[in-house]
Every structure is written in C-alpha cells, then in structure tokens.
Design a protein around this ligand. Structure first.
Ligand code: BG6
Length: 488
C-alpha cells in the first residue's frame, strides 16, 4: 500500500460535506493503513472554532458515520482549525505559516492538497489567492480538489475554469464527480472490457436500448437555496448521469492511463446528438413532486417545503432520451431518469438486448423476454443477468431466470466509500476518476440546450406524486419507441 504524505487543507470544514463524507473518509483511509502518521488536516471556515472544537466535530462525524469502538484521540490529533476569511490576505499568509509548521512536524514532504468543499462563489478567487500569496511555492506537489457545482451553465463554467487555470495547471485540478468513486460505476469498465461475452455484443446490432435510473426518496431537504437555482438537470444529469453514459458507451481505451480513459469518454460526449430547440420536448421531460407517501410516510410537495419555493418552476425530476451518433451506437436510445421523492433510493443500469431472429420459445401469449444485463450501483452492488430457460411441465416454453452476483454480500469485501477512493486517488495523483475540463464543457453544452428551451415555457407543476416513479410523460417517452422502463 502506498501511503501518500500531505497536508490536506479543507475550505468549508464546518460544512455538511466535511462532516458527512470527508472526515469519515479520511478516517477510513487511516484505519486501512493508506494514511500513516505523515498527514495533517487543516480545517478552514469563517466560524471562530478552535482545534479542539474541530476535533470534537471530527470525532462526532466519525461516530455518526461508522461508530468505531476505538480511541480516536491519536487520529483526531492530526486535525487543526483556522478561522479564515477567503477575501483577506492575512488569512492566506497565516495559513501558509501553519502549513509550513505542520510540514515540519509531520514530514509531509511539502505536498499540499487544497480541497474546496464550500459554496462555489469563491472557487476562482481562492485558487488565485493561493497562487498569489505563495501557497503553491513548495518542494512537493500542490493539487486543487473542487466540488460541484462547476458553474451554472457553459459560460459560467468557462469563466470559472479560466480563473482556475490562471493559478493551477489542468493536471493539478481534480474536479470531483463522486459517482466516479462508486465501486460499481468503476466496475462498468471492467464488466465491459474484461468479458468477451459482453463486449462483442456491446453495440447497436445486439443492444436495443440502455436505461439508467438514479432515483431518490429524499426531497429538497435544507438545500432549497442551492437546489432551486439548480434543479435535477444541473444537479444530476450534467455530471453523474452523463458520466455513466460515457462509461457505458466509450470505446475500449488503448491503455488504462488517465489520459486514454478520459479521451474515450470525451469522444462519447462529443458524439451526443444535440437536439434542435423545437425537438427538445420529444426527448426530454421534466417533473416536480407534489405531496404523497414515500416509504409509508406522508410528505409535502416541493413548493411547500420552503417559503422561497412557492410557485417554483424548478424540476425535481428529469427523464430523457439520448442518442449517440457513432458507429457503435447509432440507433440505440440511452434513456436516463433521475428525481427526488421517488419510490426507492436506487441507482441502476439496465442493458436490454435485442431478441434473436425467430425465437420460438415464448413464455405465454407469444411473450418473449429479452436478455437484460442489470448493473446495480446502489444500494445493492452487483450485476444480474436475465436469461430464458425452459419452464418444466406447463405449456409455456421459456421463462425468465436470473444469474445474480451481489458484490456487497461477498465476505471480506467491504467496499470503500466513493469519497474515500477519490481522496486517496487525488493524493496519489491519479485523476482518472475525476472529470476533465473537456467533459465538463461538453456536458454543459448538452444540458444548456435543454434548459434554454425549458426556460421559455411554464410547466404545469407539480406533476408527479411523491413516492411515484415520476410523471406519466416519463413512461410515454419509452412507450412511443416500443419500450418500457424496467422496474428498479
Ligand atoms: C449530489 C446531488 O451530487 O448527488 C444531490 O447534489 C444528490 O442532490 C446526490 O442527492 C446523490 O448522490 P448519491 O451518492 O446519494 O446517489
């Protein structure tokens, strides 16, 4: 195991992400031996906390997430806090001093990881001030990890990227898409390219359509301010959903280097068909949840969740049909859907294969069941292959059977958290599972077109019940092509 050495600086250390994901993930890296004693974490935020307050919070966050039954005092002693004003020169100078001290104390070889886990307004300014005030002058490496949202549309993303690139090189910028840290998302590549029985069939001659569903049961929670300016398309499609499409559709890379893998994904995004504005409604539909029942609990509609959401036109659900205009995929629809307050929390990919010519073995009433390969991303992790087999006894000739592999049921496999893997990768300098600027730009270009069209007309919201699988129009989208969503 490589044990990278670094000082990790977290901007936004009092925030939700740090508490829910970053602290527990750093702890897991430490527990599994991927971090040894040569690391320190500096938490920054505006609040006047002390080292002790931060350490208490780190300890609590780990208890909440993992409930370890061990003494955490050694681990939390690696954490330091500094109250920070991102606009003030003195803050950066003070930070530089602390880093230098800790570098001596923990022998971190001058490696510095700056992690921006806060509201995006200051991403550009912080990056530049880190540069201007000399925080990148070190004998080791410096890297910048940034959370989403990476811009609000293509122009703002370009502007942000421009600002970042004035201070950091592309190979020093790690744009997080946490779906790329999920075990089964990383597995897409292996399932495809390490199995002859799939890869030869992975094209428009044998696949009829691909369906990607990422459904959530949660509503907007405390995030009304962010979410209402974002909506499901910016929040989920621009990043996570398009990343999964790219991994499912890309050509086999010539090697597993960051550059090769990313360039294959970029080609997919380039081949995405851009709809004409007047066609968008045939390809993308949106929804917003009303009141309903989720997992037995009655819940209120989106517009009633917060004063500022009253009369909101923001979509909390989106479904779409994507076409990839290249040799492999011409004619195969990729259907995607994602939304809040749906029936289940689940992310799942279904690859539906075409029927074979003259299949005599129907189940009943001439019904034939296509072969499906289901990749379960979460909460279950695994793959299921749906086949037909002889039904003994009765009249029907074939019935569907399933071969299933449950990754999280294999003893000894304790799949690491997405964030755990991504933090480790960024410390090792492996950017493969981070998004390249070209991917971000192409995704925005695609999504902007849809949003532009939608901004011009008023949808009748709410249009789906909480606890359902979205508006009817989502089913219609597939029905008109002769398909239906496979149950999640
Ligand atoms: C985030 C979105 O990127 O992904 C959230 O901002 C969403 O709105 C979350 O809930 C879903 O992630 P996961 O890992 O729970 O599927």
């Amino acid at each position: 195991t490589i044990q990278p050495r670094a000082v990790i600086v977290i901007f936004g250390a009092t925030g939700d992400l740090a508490k829910r994901k970053l602290f527990p993930s750093i702890y897991r890296l430490y527990r599994s031996g991927k971090l040894d004693e040569h690391f320190a974490v500096i938490g920054l935020a505006r609040r006047p906390w002390t080292d002790e307050v931060l350490r208490e919070n780190v300890e609590n966050s780990i208890q909440d997430a993992l409930s370890p039954d061990e003494d955490l005092s050694e681990f939390i002693s690696h954490f330091y806090y500094k109250s920070f004003d991102v606009t003030e020169k003195e803050s950066y100078q003070g930070l530089n001093e602390i880093i230098q001290n800790l570098e001596g104390q923990y022998q971190t070889e001058g490696n510095r990881l700056f992690y921006l886990a806060m509201a995006p307004d200051f991403f550009g300014a912080i990056a530049n001030q880190l540069n201007d005030y000399g925080l990148k002058n070190t004998s080791g490496w410096t890297r910048l990890v940034i959370e989403k949202p990476f811009g609000h549309d293509l122009p703002s993303a370009k502007k942000l990227n421009h600002e970042l690139q004035a201070a950091f090189r592309e190979d020093q910028i790690y744009r997080i898409d946490h779906y790329l840290g999920k075990e089964m998302v990383q597995n897409i590549e292996v399932i495809r390219f390490a199995n002859g029985i799939f890869e030869h069939l992975w094209n428009n001659r044998f696949i009829s359509n691909i369906q990607i569903t990422s459904s959530e049961t949660l509503g907007v929670e405390e995030r009304a301010r962010y979410y209402d300016t974002s909506g499901a398309t910016r929040d989920m499609v621009q990043n996570h959903m398009l990343q999964m499409v790219a991994l499912l559709a890309m050509e086999p890379p010539i090697s597993l280097t960051t550059e090769e893998v990313r360039s294959e994904k970029i080609k997919v995004l380039r081949a995405l068909r851009m709809m004409e504005t007047n066609e968008i409604d045939d390809y993308f539909i949106r929804g917003q949840y009303g009141a309903g029942t989720v997992k037995g609990n009655s819940v209120i509609g989106y517009q009633d969740e917060d004063e500022q959401l009253e009369n909101s036109r923001t979509e909390t659900f989106v479904a779409g049909k994507l076409l990839i205009d290249n040799y492999r995929w011409a004619g195969v629809p990729f259907y995607i859907r994602t939304g809040k307050r749906m029936t289940e929390k689940s992310t799942k990919i279904v690859i539906e294969f075409k029927d074979i010519p003259m299949n005599l073995y129907y189940q009943k009433d001439d019904q034939r069941n296509p072969n499906l390969l289901v990749i379960n991303i979460q909460p279950n992790e695994g793959i299921t292959l749906c086949l037909n087999a002889r039904k003994s006894g009765e009249g029907a000739l074939a019935e569907p059977i399933q071969l299933a592999y449950h990754q999280n049921a294999v003893s000894g496999i304790n799949t690491p958290e997405a964030y755990e893997k991504l933090i480790y990768d960024s410390m090792l300098g492996d950017a493969t599972n981070f998004t390249h600027w070209d991917e971000v730009a192409l995704s925005w270009q695609f999504v902007d077109k849809i949003l532009e069209n939608w901004s011009e007309n008023q949808p009748a919201f709410p249009n789906y019940r909480s606890g359902s699988m979205g508006p009817e129009a989502s089913d219609e989208l597939l029905k008109k092509d002769g398909f239906h969503w496979w149950p999640i």
